[in-house]
Design a protein around this ligand. Structure first.
Ligand SMILES: Nc1ncnc2c1ncn2[C@@H]1O[C@H](COP(=O)(O)OP(=O)(O)OP(=O)(O)O)[C@@H](O)[C@H]1O
Ligand SMILES: [Mg+2]
Length: 463
């Protein structure tokens, strides 16, 4: 008797699927059946699964699950079973081609299918080298990717602050995932069933922000034709995320402080304070401490908001995740719009490790999207992403020796990241002895367990 250790997700209602499933049980597959995408996601939450079997109904030519609707479903290696006449429909053939690892025509030979599923599993395990999210949200818009120690630390911090109820100040460079982090705090908090509302303090005109946040009574000012409930009141029982809090005008900072102190709002033109049970999260990409020093931000509000802090790392601090992130966005965009492009070239992945990423993950999102439009081959090249190997080297560097030094630095750093900072493995990849690599690491001032301040190091090493 074979131990059932291999997980298989099935979907579809045809009798031929049921017969096939019965036979596969004898080959040691542990099988879960989903009737729709939602149920499939719930099953995946309980038991991760990398291969799936779907029966395609030839009369409708549709797939039984909306695989395209979710990157998690699209990540599964699907094998389709179809009746021969189903293949005469062009649409069906196209869908199988775009979504499935392989297909079998009914009636299937269970032994052959078992071998095919095993090979699908082996292929999926190859992808395991780019592990997908540790902290997931069923809402794909807020899916967090990254398994590096740096991101693990972020997840642990999120879990801790989610359990508390005090305000949280989320800091980090532009495009690092501050809003994603705020959403993750909400979904891991006891308030997860309440609303998650976002206010971008920099995007609302100064004259409107008071009534946006606190609401107004009918007739409170010219144009206030009816009562308006503000976003704070609308967040009752949930979380309010104040993005770009540094842009909140000083007069409103006083009102926000008052609210945070007594958790009551007074609508503009209103007489009665209304209690609101809401947790406030705020984010900024500017240094609020400096803004306080300049007199642009109230110190008392700063301390109120800064009870708990979460710092979202820049992408260059967790380059180990770049491949998983790039693959994630690639999958996401290819489910939005089918593409014949298969992935990234090796050179492209290397150049991604060398880029400085001033726009962080948002820049990566945009470059992947662009590359999928520009690419004319099966694999995306650095040029498709608008990245050049010379890109970083061109800044401030003019002599041949400086270019050599900078290239050496880049190659060593990329090899260390690829090999998870294992010096022996990186030295084998680079074709130098371990002692030589240690010497070069020291020469360039590269930290073995993390990334140094890149610019400082590259300048120091090339001047
Ligand atoms: N770890 C991650 N996994 C997957 N997607 C991510 C991750 N981090 C950021 N993103 C994506 O990058 C983009 C920017 O993220 P987000 O808006 O949360 O950043 P931000 O720090 O709030 O940016 P800004 O400073 O511009 O407001 C979004 O499309 C988001 O989905
Ligand atoms: Mg943001």
């Amino acid at each position: 008797m074979i131990e059932p250790t291999r997980q298989l997700l099935t979907a579809g209602n045809s009798t031929f699927l049921q017969n096939t499933v019965k036979q596969l049980l004898g080959y040691g597959w542990s099988i879960s059946h989903a009737v729709n995408a939602h149920e499939a996601m719930e099953l995946l939450d309980k038991e991760p699964c990398q291969v799936g079997l779907i029966a395609i109904d030839p009369s409708t030519s549709t797939l039984p699950l909306e695989i395209d609707s979710s990157p998690r479903l699209a990540d599964i290696s699907w094998v389709a079973i179809i009746e021969r006449n189903g293949l005469s429909h062009e649409k069906t053939r196209e869908r199988i081609f775009n979504t499935c690892y392989a297909y079998q025509v009914h009636p299937v030979d269970a032994r052959k299918l078992d071998t095919l599923m095993e090979s699908a599993l082996a292929m999926a395990n190859l992808l395991g080298a780019h592990p997908l999210p540790t902290l997931t949200s069923l809402d794909d818009e807020y899916h967090i990717v990254g398994n590096s120690p740096t991101m693990q630390l972020l997840y642990r911090t999120i879990a801790k602050v989610a359990a508390a109820s005090a305000p949280v100040l989320i800091t980090g460079e532009s495009g690092t995932g501050k809003e994603l982090t705020a959403h993750a705090i909400h979904t891991h908090s006891p308030r997860r069933h309440g609303p998650f509302n976002v206010v971008n303090c920099g995007a609302i005109p100064a004259g409107l922000i008071q009534s946006e946040l606190f609401g107004h009574e009918k007739g409170a000012f010219t144009g206030a034709n009816q009562r308006k409930v503000g976003i704070i009141e609308n967040s009752q029982g949930g979380t309010l995320f104040l993005d770009e809090i540094g842009d909140l005008p000083l007069d409103l900072q006083v009102n926000l402080l008052r609210f945070l102190e007594n958790l009551k709002v007074l609508r503009v033109g209103g007489l009665k304070e209304i209690p609101v049970d809401v947790r406030v999260l705020a984010a900024t990409h500017v240094d609020l401490n400096e803004a306080v020093g300049r007199g642009d931000f109230r110190e008392d509000l700063y301390h109120r908001l800064n009870v708990l802090q979460v710092r979202v790392p820049a992408l260059r601090e967790h380059l180990e995740d770049i491949e998983a992130l790039a693959h994630f966005f690639f999958q996401k965009f290819s489910t939005e719009k089918p593409t014949r492009v298969c992935g990234f070239s090796h050179e492209c992945l290397t150049v991604m490790l060398q880029h400085h990423w001033p726009g962080n993950i948002r820049e990566l999102v945009n470059r992947v999207r662009r590359s999928m439009v520009m690419c004319e081959h099966k694999l995306i090249t650095p040029a498709d992403m608008g990245l050049e190997r010379r890109h970083r080297l061109s800044r401030d560097i003019d002599t041949l020796q400086q270019i050599r030094d900078a290239a050496e630095y880049e190659a060593i750093r990329a090899a260390l990241v690829r090999n998870k900072h294992n010096v022996l493995r990186a030295s084998l990849e680079l074709g130098v002895s371990r002692v030589t690599l240690y010497r070069l690491i020291e020469k360039h001032g590269i930290e073995k367990n993390g990334c140094p301040d890149e610019l400082q190091t590259i300048h120091a090493s090339s001047r």
